[in-house]
Ligand binder design. Structure first.
Ligand code: FES
Length: 574
């Protein structure tokens, strides 16, 4: 009888009905039927009402509220969406004893993970939240929960890495900002984003690993061939090669370098491939390199099929300027120096001015002259980062909710996330390939000036040390107030970061795409604040607090009208 606890007398349980019994932190509903006495968790998994008020027919309990039905013998849900826990019962001398022994974690863990994946398949946020909490309650690290979510998402992602995987990767980082059970919030938000994105999607077919020695001669030759295959849009071969390189045991550093070369051959997909690459490698640092064959291959289609922005007309002037520069020439030693020295303030301000308000060719010339003048690249990245933060601060919020305009918040948030990814890339692989990415970033922050609001006055800082007030301003959708409070904040930095993290992890947005960008922008802003101080945080607060267009039906309708009338975007004729 180990584990059995005396609950109540059988006579105290009304015939055919339920009785609530409390013991420690447990709330158990006891039922007496003609077949015997049963015990089950009282809280209905549907919306949380008490099962003790349910009706019993045979051995089936029907929740009084919305008709979910459970078999009392084993807790199986026979109508509804989730089983309940039942407990062994013993009757002795007219007393009911309930066995409260919890199953061993190793016994219950596989069931909980299976349930979690089922919940993701059903886009059942409530259930995946409960399963995450149940897994946490038996001591499962959140990295393991995220690993399951990544495997689910990475194997289904139709075109490879996407926003939802990037969100889940960031959400694991964000979890460390919280203490106690609320640390699950970002993870659950990330899992929910993946489940919505991949709903009903089958596994993405993927090529078998290549035999690198037989097909390419050596691992070194395979690594050299990888960017060329991507450039030639031979994605399946590149993915097979990558898998083969992993089988051959090629190091993390070599594979990362090959990716960074492929990613910087062009300015790809508005910066997404670089951002995804950063998240993928960060994620592997946390969940383990053993998952490389799950996490990295979906990067290949995401890179291969990305738009090459440098081929688009509006990037032409800029591309011309950087093609004239020979990036492969040896960089001055100072360009690869560490981040501790100081960029002379005047030079830094000059470059910032050019990037913020100059012309495209001035931007590239400014960056190149800084590199050639021996300015360490991390300092240049600092300046680009400060301009990206300024862009978010200047963005014309009204244009986001104007369906007749193409401009939206996401046109500018990527500048900050891209710069942050670039900083990671440079720290991992300083050299000509990533230097190309620095030029892309310079173009990016300069070009997005077109989304600035005209004549907007800077927000005056409001002094205070209440990080909670920042969170409230964001919840109330008051961007000016949020920015003023962040700018004037003089409390502990960690509290401000936690407030912003919480704002991003809460239901700040409804559309998955906005949830993803709230998470990514905030994560990047916090990382960039280490170099850029308060400005990136104020930028993230403005984005989080601003009212945003989250459904695109009206805009899609207007586009469809143009489409049916044969008007291409950019046509000036009406
Ligand atoms: S709360 Fe039980 S069915 Fe809805």
């Amino acid at each position: 009888m180990t584990g059995f606890v005396r609950a109540t007398s059988t006579a105290d349980i009304p015939d055919g009905r339920g009785k609530l019994w409390r013991h420690g932190d447990k709330r158990i509903a006891l039922f007496r039927t003609q077949a015997g006495v049963y015990a089950a968790d009282n809280r209905c998994p549907h919306e949380g009402y008490g099962l003790k008020d349910g009706d019993i027919r045979g051995d089936v309990l029907t929740c009084a509220w919305h008709n979910w039905k459970f078999r009392l013998t084993d807790g199986t849900c026979v109508f509804g969406g989730e089983n309940i826990r039942t407990y062994p019962v013993s009757i002795r001398d007219g007393w009911v004893y309930v066995d409260l022994t919890d199953p061993a974690p190793e016994e219950i863990s596989p069931q909980l993970f299976a349930s979690l994946l089922e919940a993701m398949g059903d886009v059942d946020t409530g259930r995946l939240a409960r399963d995450t909490m149940r897994l946490r309650a038996i001591g499962t690290p959140l990295t393991e929960v995220v690993r399951a979510g990544v495997t689910y998402g990475a194997t289904r992602a139709e075109y490879g890495w996407n926003h939802s995987l990037a969100t889940l990767a960031d959400c694991l980082t964000m979890a460390s900002a919280f203490e106690g059970p609320l640390s699950t919030l970002p993870v659950i938000q990330g899992l929910a984003t993946v489940s919505r994105t991949e709903v009903r999607r089958p596994a993405r077919p993927r090529p078998d690993p290549a035999d690198v020695a037989a097909e390419y001669g050596s691992a070194a030759d395979g690594l050299a061939a990888f960017p060329a295959l991507i450039d030639a849009e031979r994605g399946d071969e590149a993915e097979a090669l990558l898998r083969g390189l992993l089988v051959a045991g090629v190091s993390r550093e070599q594979i990362r370098r090959a990716f960074l070369t492929a990613i910087t051959d062009h300015f790809l997909g508005y910066g997404h491939p670089m951002i995804y690459c950063q998240k993928a490698f960060d994620l592997l640092d946390r969940i383990g390199w053993s998952e490389a064959d799950t996490v990295l291959p979906p990067l290949v289609p995401a890179i291969t099929w990305s738009t090459r922005y440098d081929r688009l007309p509006y990037m032409r002037r800029f591309v011309q300027a950087w093609q004239e520069a020979d990036l492969a020439e040896p960089m001055p030693a100072a360009a690869t120096a560490g981040p501790d020295a100081q960029f002379p303030a005047a030079a830094s301000q000059g470059l910032r001015r050019v990037l913020l308000d100059g012309m495209p060719q001035d931007a590239v010339a400014g960056v190149l002259s800084a590199v050639r003048g021996g300015v360490p690249v991390p300092w240049i990245i600092d300046v680009i980062s400060s301009v990206a933060a300024a862009r978010l601060g200047r963005f014309d919020i009204d244009s986001d909710t104007d369906d007749t305009k193409d401009a939206g918040w996401l046109d500018v948030t990527h500048t900050l996330t891209y710069v942050n990814a670039l900083r990671w890339a440079w720290s991992a692989n300083p050299g000509p390939a990533v230097l190309r990415g620095v030029l892309h970033a310079a173009w990016f922050v300069q070009w997005t000036a077109k989304f600035d609001a005209e004549g907007a006055a800077p927000v005056t800082p409001r002094r205070g040390s209440d990080a909670g007030a920042v969170l409230q301003a964001i919840r109330k959708r008051d961007p000016d107030q949020a920015v003023a409070l962040v700018k004037g904040y003089d409390g502990a930095a960690a509290k401000l970061q936690t407030a912003l993290t919480q704002a991003a992890a809460e239901d700040n947005s409804t559309a998955s795409i906005m949830v993803a960008h709230a998470v990514k922008t905030t994560t990047a802003a916090i990382a960039e604040s280490r170099a850029g101080g308060r400005a990136p945080l104020a930028a993230a607060a403005r984005f989080l607090a601003a009212p945003k267009r989250e459904r695109f039906v009206y805009q899609a309708t207007l586009d469809a009208i143009d489409f049916i009338q044969g008007r291409a975007k950019g046509d000036t004729q009406t």
